[in-house]
Design a protein around this ligand. Sequence first.
Ligand code: IVH
Length: 722
Amino acid sequence: MNEAEAASRAAELRETINRHAHLYYVLDAPEIDDAAYDALYRELQALEEEYPHLRTPDSPTQRVGGAPLEGFTQVRHLEPMLSLANARNEEELLAWDQRNRRLLEAQGLGEERFRYVVEPKIDGLAISLTYRDGVFVVGATRGNGEVGEDVTANLRTIGSIPLRLLTREPPPVVEARGEVYLPLAAFRRLNEQRIAAGLPAFVNPRNSAAGSIRQLDPRLAAARPLDVWCYGIGYSEGLDLQDHTGALEWLRAAGFKVNPDIVTVEGIEQVAAAARSWEERRADLDYDIDGAVVKVDAFALQRALGSVAHDPRWAIAFKFAPSTMTTRLHSIEVNVGRTGVLTPFAVLEPVFVGGVTVERATLHNEDDIRRKDIRPGDDVIVQRAGDVIPQVVGPVTTGEVEDEEGRRVSREARHAALPEWSMPRTCPACGAETVRETGEVAVRCPNRSCPAQLIESIKHFVSKGAMDIEGIGDETVALLHQQGLIENVADLYGLERDHFVRVEAGKVVALPGFGGKTRKGPDGGLELVEAKRADKVLAAIEQSKQRPFARVLFALGIRHVGGVTAQALVERYPSMDALLSARAEDLAEVPGIGPVVAEAVEQYLGAEHNRETIEKLRAAGVRLVEESPARAEGPLTGSTFVLTGKLPTLTRGQAQELIEAAGGRVSSSVSRATDYVVAGEDAGSKLDKASRLGVAVIDEAALLELIGDGGEGRQDGQLALS
Ligand code: IVH
């Protein structure tokens, strides 16, 4: 190959590779696989190696390269990069439309409805990309709008930015404008890698995009999977475009990545609908958006409207309720839960985020606070998406703030000077020394009479899904506890009307909010006519005695026992007595229950004070037995079985099902009420107990015989009575 042939082959390769890059990065529709792409790329590299002058700026081999920069040079934008005024709600959007129409009417350009373009407002970094004769020559950040920083080397590494325009006859100069961003999936991956490498995680995709584009070493920028959405044309020469829709089409054809879901609509009503539809889609997108941008479509109208200060009148940002906001973290406080776990939470300067005012946010646990390095006094990013509980993402350590004396200080320095936070050594509710078990993240208060734990466990007991006692909310629980009327959940059933409201020494004595109606009695003293609220609460307490056993079990607030677990336990152990005699190893055999839950249940039921509470509930008439659904009638009706050891063919579950289908009951522990113990291999203590109590022990075959399923091949089917 001579030099001329090499030059023409290189040009061909550049075009082919750039076309495939466009298919891959912009259209997301590759036509060749990575290996074929690599082969073309290496062929071009080899040619350029031999003839270095073939290394043109639009060569795909030149995306990553060059030495790290000393610093960024400044570039003056060919046309200022403007910003956008905001509409915070639909009213402001309508007002904007009305003003536009008034202004245009005054110029004789009045129309009933205008065409508008509705675009996503990408939460990234504004950039300008200048092309001369079709070749990418300068890429810059927005800076102050007039002058930005030259980040060409870093922008070249973004695969979806064309190095040469795909248009056959490119204009002499054109400036594409757009937003650089980090896709959310890439952001998450990047943070995982950083955490694994012991580096601090980025607070949000915007910050990481900004940090990446300002890397002095383009190889580092190349390692960040940045992308770009183009949304407009700045300065240009030799283009003849009539409207914004046309400009977007031109950009698309030239090879830029333009959002496919941008819509052109007629009239402001449709604009509002389109903006709302963007807001609804927000959570499903792979990029952060913080609003919709609305633009008057026709360039003639745009020119007529002009700009005020730095904002064009022809465009507006319709802001969504932000899902993240920065605010000051005043302090970190601690809640004590019903199981004694101390949970830290953030006390924040109230901030409007995700559509609500947030003053508190969860902080999970001590380790998480350390990991994120959140310190009281920090400016933190608060996140609230959809219905989720507000979270503190982390401290903001970039930029500047005013300190107490009004001096500007870097947030980094301010953060570094703040003391780190640590979990209190003593329980904030009762003062007991807290404990953190090895291997656990949770710090807990070990004092079982800690008032916070008692109150929280009663709140849980009365809540919906548990005993669902209407009329007793968090405040009433706190009130009743404070009055010394309830120490634990069983005390609820000892409450009487007098506790809420009574006449004493001629006066009404009532808990706040529980007063009643009185009248003068025949002897001249006061008597209570009615006490509606107290009576309602007492009726609700009475009613709660009828809750199914599974609900009672859940309401007790045993660690790890949620509604589903409680139900699973009750299916195997249909009474409190059955449960009380179960051991952790038995419990762990219940489907869906692991050793941790089993351990927690055994521990709870084994504790003396919990047994006392349970006995009080029993005495009050709370249901501690599962009303079993109509039992099957069969040969085993009236017989109770206990299974032990490993049976030769049936699993425990299968054996239980067979027994129950035949009308029998399966219990977990051997007692005088047990009719048969079905023993398999490695049967343990239950066998001993059976022989002590004189309970019949049978094997699997005998069980099947009893059921009447002793089919062929089961010869040893006689009862093996002990
Ligand atoms: S148009 C003449 N369109 O929002 C208006 N801007 O506050 C200039 N942005 O600096 C911008 N998505 O960084 C426009 N579809 C979009 C946008 C968008 C995000 C950013 C851009 C700009 C800022 C304006």
